[in-house]
Structures are given as structure tokens and as C-alpha cells.
Design a protein around this ligand. Structure first.
Ligand code: ATP
Length: 442
């Protein structure tokens, strides 16, 4: 039993090391020395990340009657980014160190000291640095063939507003949701997967009547904060922080961040903004195609306002990992346990024969075969049973199923629960049912 319950102790070094050791996240192109701001998700990471995306899609699209999905291309007509304002002004102020040639975001510098080499008084004045990543389409690499890797998924939604409206015949208010990769040439990628140059986003554009925008803005603040709590983040570790007037984009009338208390401090997971009708108006102007909604009751065209809850995927993944990470001492032995909700856990159940005995192994493999169609599962017969439980605890597997010598007699197995470590015996014939009861819909 737990001898000493302790407060969660995630720090970044421990998380990065666990992620690498267990196959959640690797440095991109590591054998070549890596690439700044890019990370690869390993066998467990890809499961966790896709579970986070699925949980978002389920709550934001599947379970609602006012939302539809979209999957737009990453490459778009470059005029999109002129209309959206990104070509002209998607930029951060940067300073360079004349001594070590380091480049930093001006808001991350304190005083006139270089954060890398420590030299004083050698920093340049701040200059604007555009974050758009560019490439070329077609065989000729000239100005006319430049396209951008999208810096957000949102614009794919705005430019498809009319397409989606005409095929779904949705009435206001309604939303369009999208999950996909985005790219930003971040100057200082850091904090592991928190700030990277290639990342994923889960974005909603929720279209409303202009006079109802304030109401829906408040609604989405609550809705999105609750989503994190409902999926296992402790309430005291998430908060809403309203932007100050100086932080607000010129077209937004209100904006707040959902912040998480990461090991390195309170930082943004998601931004929620009232973007007014700015984007639809801009695209109408630049494309010459009217983007509006026809209100049949009133017999008039309205350009809807939009509330945008814009989340990353990687930052929430890091938050779920950090919040789930726990260390405790059990019977004099320390264990690391990821207390992930079953719906997010990469592996739902592990099948472990008590030992690598020639009679137990085939029986355990048969049990595993029964479970595989239902859940992501693992089979493990290496090392002692205690160490195998620890390994599953460390990757957040909610249940282990142990096959022992009694199984050969009574056709029953032991289910061990990750957090309480309680064990119950169930017949193999009822195992799927018993796990389904425990895992719920996960
Ligand atoms: P920051 O101020 O931290 O650079 P931002 O305000 O520019 O973020 P948004 O443009 O609001 O971010 O993007 C919405 C969400 O996309 C963010 O809340 C974050 O979760 C995610 N995101 C943005 N930039 C990155 C990045 N470089 N790496 C990982 N996730 C990111």
C-alpha cells in the first residue's frame, strides 16, 4: 500500500527523460544531431497524441449538434496570408548578440545581457522578424512560386466558410473545427514540445450573430477550461488569463488564454478570442467573393462574428503528461506513475505472464489475442513481474492482467489497477466485459 503519498513532482528533465526512455517523444533526426524546434512522437507518444485529438474531436464535434469538421490543405494560395495579415505583420521583435550571434525574442531578454554568452551591452536594437516559413511550388524557385507553410489552421476554415455553409445548411450559431499541422519559424524554440517550429493545432471558428458575440465568448471560455479539467487536469493547475488591451490584436475585441501551470511556470495552452468579422471581411475583400450568411427569417445578409478557441496539441500533451506524473513510495520502493485518464492512456491494458514459463506464455498470448481487437494493449514477459508492473505504471497503463499457474487450473486471471494497485480475480471468459466496465468508453 501507499506509505507516503506525495505531491506530483514533474519537472522538465524528468519528463523529457521519461518520454525518451519509454518512447513517447524523441528529438527529430537525432542521429544527425537533431533539428531545433522539431520532435518526433514514438510508439507511445503517437497513441497519447491521437487520444488527445480524439478526445477533443469527440467533445467538440461528435457530441454537439452545432459543429462540423474540416481538413484543409497545409499549402494554400499565398493571397490567403496577405489577406489575413500574416505576410505583413506576423512577426516578433528580435535582438541579436554581436558577440555570439545568438538571436532572441526581445520580450525574453532582461536588461542588456545576452542569455547565451552572458556578454553585456552587445545586443542590437529590436528588429521585426517574420515567422512564416516559406517554400516554392513548381520547378522554378522565384517570387511567383512562393507558398507558405500555414502558421495556423484557422484560415483554412475561413476560406471554406461558404463551401461548408452551403453543404451543411447550418444556422447561426455554428462552428467549424479542424485539427492539423502548423509551422512557425520560431526564433527561440524551447521547453521541449512547448514551443516548436512544427506543431499541431486544434482550432474552432464559431460563427455567431454580431450582437451575440459577447455571450458566446464567455460560453467558450468556460467550455474550453472545463474540457481540460474533464480530461484529468487538476483544476488548480489551469486558469483563464484575460489579455490586457496592449496584448489584444487590433481586430479582436476580447481574448483570453487558457494557461497551465507547467514546471517552468504559467504558460498558454490555448487562446480564445472574439475576432469580430475581421477574417470574413478581409477574405471577401481580397477574393472578391462575398462571405456572409443569409438570415431567412429577417431576409438579410449578415457577416457573422467569430469566436475562436485555438488550442495546440503538443502543449496540451505536455500538460497532460506533467499533470499525470507522480512519484510515490510503495512498500519501501519508489515508483513513478502516470495517472492519465484511461481515455488518454496510450496502452489501456497489459498482459503479463507471471514468468516466462513454457506453460504460462502460450496461455498469456492467447489472452492478449482476445484483448487486441478491443484496446491498444501490450504483452510483456521480460524481467520480474514487479519490474513489469512498474514499467506499465510509468507509461500510465490503467490495467495489467496477470496470468499465473492457477490460471492453468481455474481459467481465471488477475486484474491489477494502476493507481490503487488493487487486484481482483476474474474468469478469462468474462475478461473483456470486466475491463470494459472498468475502462468505460476508453
Ligand atoms: P505564443 O504567444 O506562446 O507564441 P501564440 O499566442 O502565438 O503563442 P496562437 O497563435 O494563439 O499562439 O496559437 C494557438 C495555440 O497554438 C497556442 O495556444 C499553442 O497551444 C499552439 N502553438 C502556437 N505556437 C506554437 C509553437 N510554436 N509550438 C507549439 N504550439 C504552438
Amino acid at each position: 500500500m501507499t506509505e507516503q503519498a506525495q505531491e506530483p513532482k514533474a519537472d522538465m528533465d524528468k519528463l523529457v527523460s521519461l518520454c525518451k526512455r519509454r518512447g513517447f517523444i524523441f528529438q527529430s533526426s537525432e542521429i544527425y544531431g537533431g533539428l531545433g524546434g522539431a520532435w518526433d512522437y514514438g510508439p507511445l507518444g503517437v497513441e497519447l497524441k491521437s487520444n488527445v485529438k480524439r478526445a477533443w474531436w469527440k467533445a467538440m464535434v461528435q457530441e454537439r449538434d452545432d459543429m462540423v469538421g474540416l481538413d484543409a490543405a497545409i499549402l494554400m494560395n499565398p493571397k490567403v496570408w496577405v489577406a489575413s495579415g500574416h505576410v505583413a505583420s506576423f512577426a516578433d521583435p528580435m535582438v541579436d548578440c554581436k558577440k555570439c550571434q545568438g538571436r532572441f525574442r526581445a520580450d525574453e531578454i532582461e536588461g542588456d545581457v545576452c542569455p547565451t554568452c552572458g556578454t553585456k551591452g552587445q545586443l542590437t536594437d529590436a528588429r521585426m522578424f517574420n515567422l512564416l516559413l516559406r517554400t516554392f511550388v513548381g520547378p522554378v524557385e522565384d517570387e511567383a512560386s512562393i507558398v507558405y507553410l500555414r502558421p495556423e489552421t484557422a484560415q483554412g476554415i475561413f476560406v471554406n466558410f461558404d463551401n461548408v455553409l452551403s453543404v451543411t445548411r447550418k444556422k447561426l450559431p455554428f462552428g467549424i473545427a479542424q485539427i492539423g499541422k502548423s509551422f512557425r519559424n520560431e526564433v527561440t524554440p524551447r521547453h521541449f514540445i512547448f514551443r516548436t517550429r512544427e506543431f499541431e493545432q486544434m482550432e474552432i471558428e464559431y460563427f455567431v450573430r454580431p450582437e451575440e458575440a459577447d455571450h458566446w465568448y464567455e460560453y467558450w471560455l468556460e467550455e474550453r477550461l472545463n474540457w481540460y479539467v474533464n480530461h484529468g487536469i487538476r483544476r488548480e493547475n489551469v486558469r483563464l488569463r484575460a489579455h490586457t488591451p496592449e496584448e489584444l490584436a487590433h481586430y479582436a475585441t476580447a481574448c483570453a488564454d487558457v494557461e497551465y501551470q507547467f514546471p517552468m511556470g504559467w504558460l498558454e495552452l490555448e487562446g480564445i478570442a472574439n475576432r469580430t468579422d475581421f477574417d470574413l471581411q478581409q477574405h471577401s475583400r481580397f477574393s472578391g467573393k462575398e462571405l456572409s450568411y443569409f438570415d431567412e427569417e429577417k431576409g438579410e445578409h449578415v457577416v457573422p462574428y467569430v469566436i475562436e478557441p485555438s488550442a495546440g496539441v503538443d502543449r496540451p500533451v505536455l500538460a497532460f503528461l506533467a499533470d499525470a506524473y507522480d512519484e510515490e513510495v510503495v512498500r519501501g520502493e519508489e515508483r513513478v506513475v502516470l495517472r492519465l485518464q484511461p481515455s488518454l492512456a496510450p496502452i489501456k491494458v497489459a498482459v503479463l505472464p507471471l514468468s516466462r514459463n513454457e506453460k504460462l506464455v502460450p496461455t498469456a498470448r492467447r489472452v492478449w489475442e482476445v484483448l487486441r481487437p478491443h484496446w491498444m494493449s501490450q504483452y510483456d514477459d521480460a524481467q520480474s513481474i514487479g519490474r513489469r508492473y512498474r514499467r506499465q505504471d510509468e507509461i500510465g497503463t490503467p490495467y495489467c492482467v496477470t496470468v499465473d499457474f492457477d490460471t492453468l487450473e481455474d481459467e481465471a486471471v488477475t486484474i491489477r489497477e494502476r493507481d490503487s494497485m488493487e487486484q481482483v480475480r476474474v474468469p478469462v471468459a468474462g475478461l473483456v466485459e470486466a475491463l470494459r466496465d472498468r475502462l468505460g468508453g476508453a
